[in-house]
Design a protein around this ligand. Sequence first.
Ligand code: PHE
Length: 326
Amino acid sequence: VNDINSIVQEAHQAIQQTEDLASLDHLRVKYLGKKGALTNLLKNLSTLDPSERPQYGQQVNQAKQQLQQSIQQQQSILEEAHLQSQLSQETLDVTLPGRGQSLGNLHPITQIRTQVESFFSQLGFSIADGPEVEDDYHNFEALNIPANHPARDMQDTFYLENGLLLRTHTSPVQIRVMQQQEPPLRILAPGRVYRCDDIDPTHSPMFNQVEGLLVDEDINFAHLKGILEAFVRFFFAEEIQVRFRPSFFPFTEPSAELDVLINGRWMEILGCGMVHPNVLENVNIDSEKYTGFAFGMGFDRLAMARFGIDDLRLFFESDLRFLGQF
Ligand code: PHE
């Protein structure tokens, strides 16, 4: 009996001193396990007088129960302490500054489009729209580009079934507008265009253009030059160098291309010219009474020049690490 008491006392003390669940479990095995101190005592039973055996057994079992209880108590104390320390470690510091919400920004091409639109709308141009899937008539025929005309080679075309195609330029919008509206006309038609060009840093099968068209009485090449030069000075810089280079488009006569001097290099940004009389006649506008000019400008080129980007494809890859910089 003394053995039992001293074991229980010793175990009690040890249990109350444990600081973690692992060592508590260790004690449980040490005292209550199969080879534990109390279990061992039961082996003494055989050495006892049979009359003493029941009482002894009872005492050992009581001792076991006591220890089990005190282990359980200590276990809940330790668990509670563990929980408290976790809670205090994981407290939120509500006074920390927030992570913030990153604001989106307009796609660089959209930014350029908005600027172009704002300049021309101040001059009375309104925005017009047309389909990206076009027919041969609007994309070529009505623009004075007959079938088998070598000028078709200038624009490698994606042909669809049933005679339709992806528009190769925004010029078909000129035709659609003039079919529906009478002069005087001032329209600006931004949009996507498609050509099966080679793909390289400055060419993509899809790119963005903006078409401008002005038709009225007494419009001449000086108006074209004046407006386009004013645009370029607005868009780039007041002192930028501009040159008009003679060129050819079937739907304008005379035709020109406009280059700007950027970082010592001439960069072509648009094609333009006086609307060809055949085009006006195709849409039943009297070419004796009305004249006009048109231009087609590459947005992507403008964006490359403005932002100093030398690979056009970056604009179309939707990589936010790139697009977020503008
Ligand atoms: N449509 C021509 C092109 O894509 C550009 C252009 C438009 C030229 C209007 C003259 C007048 O190359």
